[in-house]
Design a protein. Sequence first.
Length: 257
Amino acid sequence: MVYAADDFGLTESVNEAVEIAHRDGCLTQASLMVAAPAATDAVARARRLPNLAVGLHLVLVDGDSLLGHAALPHITGADGRFGTDQLGLGLRYFASPAARRQLAREIRAQFEAFRATGLALHHADSHKHMHLHPTVARLMITIGREFGLTRMRVPAEPPAVLAACGETPTVADRALYAWSGVLRHQARRAGLVSPDHVFGIKWSGRMTRDKLEILRAHLPNGSNEIYFHPATRRDAALERLMPDYRHTEELQALLPL
């Protein structure tokens, strides 16, 4: 079982939660945003936690780029951030050769930045699962393998498990699960390892202790990953970016009673 934290490096409150949840709880891995404001602090904490598996959390939507707008004029705003319109960006990544070239440069830069930390690259995934986009996945895998990538997250949440947990799977839930098979095929063809099942999509930002206990009672056979967005407090950045997430409750879910 893998218990994972996303957005490592976003704020110091997230970094504090990752350290606490790993040291005192069940957190086993974290995904680092290399261009985020608190990335340096996250790396310092990771160096103190040799048993924490750290991977790259590629940011290609709704977050800071590493190279900035001058280098990425087709895919970032004037502030150097990727926009929040995931569909629009996805269409651009698919249709525009210039956007794809800039996308490849940014992905390479983020892998290079991770390597520069000196941390071992355990895995890769992406903010808001942008690597479900076939173009992003292809570049992430091809470039990632140059940097020693051997594992990646395939966000595959079985609708049958959601139903057993009391949810009513939607058409979107079923479509996402089916589409995840495309990414799994890409990963396996490239020789990458990925968990059989990944949970946290339906309850993103709401993986509280109650939800976790329900899920644990219905986990399927095979390898499972559950991901969280923990934080020690609701700082201004988290309030602005994820106003509906229950960060502190997710931290408590990772800690003993």
